[in-house]
Design a protein. Structure first.
Length: 202
């Protein structure tokens, strides 16, 4: 597949219409970088920005979280810091966690999943603790497809939650069971599709 087709598939995975991804990224980066550089006020900021500018991110693979992140069973990764009490989650986070429990087969239904969480039988970890990112209240569970990003300079690696295309989204905190179909679509269609495309890094 050529670069145009690859860009279109990339955007489909996050529910966006087609556009020139390379141009969009370059414009956004130029504006963001210029704005910050014009307001930096300390040598610490300058050093941090220099490190950012040296990074050469390359999307090299898609993998399931269980293998890529050594994610144990009944473990979910979330955005932000650790929860004060993992048995009592904010409602949007709880909705997302409930769907993840059902999707993974740990629970039969929402009531069963809620019971597992309230009993402390599901472990929650901040996603950054495993070098991963996830949007808003979306959870990374063992089946979750993640994008593997490698720095061309240092060979450091990071992993990102792969979107599930158009339709209901886990990241918004709804308990809509149609989200389960979107998660399955990602693993069934997007995982092998992107794996075939990534014969060389993007």
């Amino acid at each position: 597949m050529d670069a145009t087709g690859r860009d279109a598939l990339m955007l489909h995975s996050v529910g966006l219409p087609w556009c020139d991804v390379s141009t969009l990224a370059a414009c956004a980066w130029a504006r963001w970088g210029t704005a910050i550089m014009s307001t930096e006020s300390s040598s610490a900021n300058a050093k941090a920005l220099a490190r950012i500018y040296r990074v050469e991110p390359r999307w090299i693979a898609v993998r399931q979280a269980a293998e890529a992140l050594a994610l144990p069973p009944r473990t979910l990764l979330h955005a932000g810091p650790a929860f004060p009490d993992p048995r009592r989650l904010p409602p949007p986070m709880l909705n997302s966690a409930v769907l993840s429990c059902i999707y993974e087969g740990w629970a039969r239904d929402a009531a069963d999943a809620t019971r597992l969480i309230a009993a402390g039988e599901v472990k929650f970890e901040p996603s950054y603790s495993r070098r991963a990112s996830t949007p808003l209240v979306a959870m990374i569970s063992p089946k979750t497809t993640v994008a593997e990003i490698r720095d061309g300079q240092s060979d450091a690696r990071w992993f990102g939650f792969l979107g599930t295309g158009a339709g209901p989204q886990q990241r918004f905190g709804s308990r809509d069971t149609a989200i389960l179909d979107r998660l399955a679509f990602r693993e069934r269609e997007l995982l092998p599709g992107f794996a075939a495309l990534l014969d060389e890094p993007i």
